[in-house]
Design a protein around this ligand. Structure first.
Ligand SMILES: NC(=O)c1ccc[n+]([C@@H]2O[C@H](COP(=O)([O-])OP(=O)(O)OC[C@H]3O[C@@H](n4cnc5c(N)ncnc54)[C@H](OP(=O)(O)O)[C@@H]3O)[C@@H](O)[C@H]2O)c1
Length: 185
């Protein structure tokens, strides 16, 4: 019983912060291959223009939260028109134009309570935030990739598919992909 009460609280990302319960709206946005691969050598595995456009549209004007490796993998940083929050273990580190956080809990305390907050990677950050997320925006790439970074498996006992759009391969890529949205059950 205690476990169910605790996990219900975690899934709504409610935290005791400065003696108040704060409820955060946390979404994960990620592109994953059929074998759950998401990256290699601190880079993405593909370039899908429509996926980048979707990412920009969804995250525009919002907080985006990422690990330090993902931040330094961005071709343009910080990403414009969004609050870039970077998580690091290095005490006192500051990155120009970014809000810093030193743990998952610290990041949650610093999120925007009025809006959707997007977790944008990478592997270690997705893994740690998955229990706190209430929405997933997945781009499923229907092909296996050789990789060194993977997304954790998601269980359909916990997540309900609410939207799906199939995309065929284009001139850029030899694989089909789909945009899928899940909400936590
Ligand atoms: N396919 C996609 O949608 C997608 C999206 C984003 C990224 N990626 C890929 O993912 C890969 C990067 O992922 P990654 O797992 O190697 O790195 P990452 O999660 O981006 O960053 C890891 C770093 O974040 C910091 N960190 C993580 N957890 C922390 C915690 N609890 N407290 C404090 N600091 C913490 C540490 O920084 P310090 O070392 O400074 O302490 C750690 O070294 C790349 O290949 C990238 O291209 C893919």
């Amino acid at each position: 019983m205690f476990f169910y009460i605790c996990s219900a609280f975690m899934h709504q990302a409610k935290y005791t912060c400065k003696n108040h319960f704060i409820s955060m709206n946390i979404s994960i946005i990620v592109a994953i291959a059929s074998n759950n691969a998401i990256g290699k050598n601190n880079d993405l595995l593909w370039h899908i223009s429509k996926d980048l456009q979707r990412f920009k549209k969804l995250t525009d004007g919002h907080f985006i939260v990422m690990g330090k490796k993902t931040y330094f993998s961005l071709p343009k940083r910080p990403l414009p028109n969004r609050t870039n929050m970077v998580i690091t273990d290095v005490p006192g580190e500051q990155i120009d134009g970014c809000l810093m956080a030193w743990s998952i809990e610290d990041a949650i305390e610093k999120m925007d309570p009025e809006k959707e907050n997007f977790i944008i990677g990478g592997g270690s950050i997705y893994r740690q935030f998955l229990p706190y997320a209430n929405k997933l925006y997945l781009t499923r790439v229907h092909k296996d990739f050789d990789a060194d970074t993977f997304f954790p498996g998601i269980s359909l006992d916990e997540w309900e598919l609410t939207e799906k759009e199939n995309m065929t391969n284009d001139e850029q890529n030899d694989f089909a992909y789909s945009f899928e949205t899940y909400k936590r059950k």
